[in-house]
Write a protein that binds this ligand. Structure first.
Ligand code: FAD
Length: 325
């Protein structure tokens, strides 16, 4: 029979990663599985270069730095990390759970679901040239800010993400913004800073076509509702018009799910034996979706898993400072 892990964590965002740390603290064999090719969940996929100010102990830390530090803190011996594997099925088999992924199957005694918002996909414009030049100048997430330095960047969108990226890039790149609605959806102060910068802003303007060969070369933009259009030379187009999320297969596992979140009790338990949830995917009265809160929740989820796995053991507080890790 294949080996059975003590606990499997579904999701390698900040919460799932910190769950690995707690599993180590409680001396459990743990496996973490994420469908994305890299760790960090929303933080790495959506805002790796943005500064985060509300994680205790870090006055200011970028998303990337936080994830790197979490990985250093959490991935120890007794932990296995499987990336690029989507968990598709969760089936009870006697005393354990069988997890099927896009790559294979794993047996585990307990499961912590830290799947965040589920798999997320950026919204697209569906205009000529967009699909063809995606990844070759057209991007939906900023992977490395420095890669855009010195470039002509067109930012598309009027929400927080679009305006934050435009403001962050303005000192380093030749930035232009188009937004197709008459109102901005971003924070007022951020919009004020955008206008103060003096960069070209089209509102309500739309991006109509992306032109190029091997890479993006130009963008055709124009005022909404008018035939007038301009072709502007650009190197990079950053499309920030939101993303859609989907829990996908998790919805079929018999869990109580409301508005994309799994309902849990005070110990982060779901009604399924040995299955717990933490982070953005979990909900209870008063829930907020924050990294710091998810860190506490996943500690509770792992403690509940220990109690489930070893009911005879009394679960006492473990101080990491006493244990030296
Ligand atoms: C623009 C932006 C700014 C933010 N700023 C802050 C901030 O300043 N402070 C703060 O506290 N919070 C902030 N947040 C919220 C914060 O990012 C989330 O609360 C946090 O990422 C939740 O972590 P998580 O691990 O629960 O989920 P996620 O980060 O969403 O990670 C979940 C992971 O699960 C994986 N997954 C999902 N389904 C499966 C499956 N079936 N199989 C395998 N893997 C799966 C996904 O690929 C993903 O990697 C911000 C969010 C956004 C979008």
């Amino acid at each position: 029979m294949p080996s059975v892990d003590d606990v499997t964590i579904i999701g390698g965002g900040p919460v799932g990663l910190f769950g690995l740390y707690h599993a180590h603290l409680r001396q459990l064999n743990a496996r973490l599985i994420d469908s994305l090719p890299e760790l960090g969940g929303q933080v790495m996929a959506l805002y790796p270069e943005k500064a985060i100010f509300d994680v205790g102990g870090f006055p200011k830390v970028t998303g990337r730095e936080l994830v790197e530090l979490l990985a250093e803190q959490s991935i120890k011996e007794n932990a296995t990390v499987c990336l690029g594997e989507k968990v598709t099925d969760l089936v009870r088999e006697g005393e354990h759970w069988r997890l099927s992924t896009s790559q294979g199957t794993y047996l585990t005694r307990a499961v912590v679901i830290a799947a965040g918002l589920g798999a997320f996909n950026p919204r697209k414009l569906g205009i000529p040239g967009e699909a063809e030049l995606s990844g070759r100048g057209v991007q939906y997430f900023v992977r490395t800010l420095q890669a855009l330095y010195g470039k002509r960047v067109l930012v598309v969108g009027g929400g927080d993400s679009a305006i934050d990226w435009a403001n962050t890039l303005i000192p380093h790149a030749e930035v232009r913004v188009v937004h197709n609605l008459p109102k901005w959806q971003a924070h007022e102060e951020a919009v004020r800073r955008l206008y103060q910068s003096g960069i070209p802003i089209g509102q309500p303007w739309e991006l109509r076509e992306i032109q190029g060969g091997d890479r993006v070369e130009a963008a055709v933009i124009g005022p909404v509702g008018s035939d007038r259009s301009e072709t502007v030379a650009v190197d990079e187009i950053l499309i920030c018009i939101g993303f859609s999320t989907d829990l996908g297969p998790i919805k079929g596992w018999g869990l109580p799910i409301r508005a994309g979140q799994i309902q849990v009790d005070w110990g982060m338990k779901t009604p399924l034996d040995g299955v717990f949830a933490a982070g953005d995917v979990a909900t209870y009265p008063g829930k907020t979706k924050l990294i710091a809160l998810g860190f506490g929740e996943v500690g509770m989820a792992i403690d509940s898993a220990v109690h489930y796995l070893f009911p005879e053991q009394r679960i006492t507080t473990k101080h990491s400072s006493d244990r030296g890790f």
